[in-house]
Ligand binder design. Structure first.
Ligand SMILES: [Zn+2]
Length: 323
């Protein structure tokens, strides 16, 4: 992806969107005031926009299943999870552009064998028709995983997603060992849902992935959701391994603070790791507006330099490939 690609058509004053064709636009009117709020956030910081390393785009029928899951979560657990951005794909992409998200991802993940290569094909196609979306790929411990991961990397994949909770696999599975080696070598990051939130899984928590890092200490692991709720343990992995990062996805929001509060006493560590915390949001599958994630980060009180690094610079280095 070319860094300037996402900025196409965005050359009005203050990076305002100008002259964008709306032919064929079928969606409902965009939430104008929310876009204004998001844009004011990064404009005040003097940023060219946001970089969001953790957003979800997937084949329609897979996404419908994910949404059905979140719809069922409420009645099952008493934890309501209304999807804020339940729109057609075209409208979801347009919304991120209205927000000024310069680069984002299509985090995909299989829950069973035989699915990852197909998802990777979809993601490559999506990235090809969506220049501001990084070419994303995924994996599963199965025969041939090293082959299709290599093919994805050679095909230009910029970031991988691994979901230990949904996939119910051990990241230390021997089938994945060559894969972690390959990604380390290629310096391609992998966003991993390895924390035990919202509920513990068989292979979640800091230990299983910690064993992978012991074998592959330069793996560019991005711990999703700040490792919620094991924040401190995952911060410790980032302190120990210089290529480990954490994404902010859903962390610090009112929603997450209600069941997995970030410990007050750990804020200093967030400041110290400011170069390795990257904006992620879980758009569109979030039970609150996008701007709330940004406000939650601002509310940590770690200052504008920290916000600039987290909301743009760190993610840009990771996705747009300069460092
Ligand atoms: Zn996610």
């Amino acid at each position: 992806m070319e860094p300037e690609g996402p900025m196409t058509g965005r050359d009005g004053p203050g990076g305002r969107w100008v002259g964008r064709k709306r032919d064929g636009w079928k969606g409902r009117a965009l939430s104008g005031s929310e876009a204004v709020e998001v844009r004011e956030f990064w404009q005040r910081l003097g940023l060219p926009g946001l970089v969001d390393v953790h957003t979800h785009f997937m084949p329609e029928r897979v996404l419908k299943k994910v949404w059905a899951y979140f719809d069922a979560v409420g009645p099952m657990t008493g934890m309501e999870w209304p999807i804020t951005y339940r729109h057609e794909e075209e409208e979801r992409v347009a919304l991120l552009r209205e927000f000024g998200v310069r680069a984002f991802t299509s985090m995909l993940y299989p829950h069973k064998p035989g699915m990852a290569a197909w998802l990777n094909g979809w993601a490559a196609d999506f990235a090809a028709r969506t220049p501001d979306c990084a070419h994303t790929a995924t994996l599963f411990p199965e025969d041939g995983v090293d082959r299709y991961v290599r093919a994805a990397v050679e095909g230009g994949a910029r970031i991988f997603k691994s979901h230990l909770q949904v996939g119910v696999y051990d990241p230390g599975d021997p089938l994945l060992d060559p894969v972690w080696g390959l990604l380390t070598e290629a310096r391609v990051p992998v966003v991993m849902h390895c924390g035990s939130g919202p509920a513990p899984g068989k292979h979640t928590g800091p230990e299983p992935v910690g064993r992978v890092l012991a074998r592959h200490p330069r793996l560019r692991l991005v711990v999703a959701h700040m490792g919620m709720p094991e924040y401190g343990d995952f911060l410790a992995l980032a302190e120990r391994y210089p290529e480990v990062r954490l994404d902010t996805t859903m962390a610090f929001t009112d929603f997450s603070e209600a069941f997995a509060p970030f410990p007050e006493g750990e804020r200093g560590r967030l400041a110290d790791l400011g170069e390795r915390i990257v904006l992620g949001t879980d758009f569109p599958n979030i039970p609150y507006p996008y701007a709330h994630q940004l406000r939650a980060l601002e509310g940590l009180g770690l200052g504008d330099d920290w916000l600039r690094a987290v909301c743009h610079d760190n993610g840009a280095r990771l996705l747009l490939g300069n460092g």
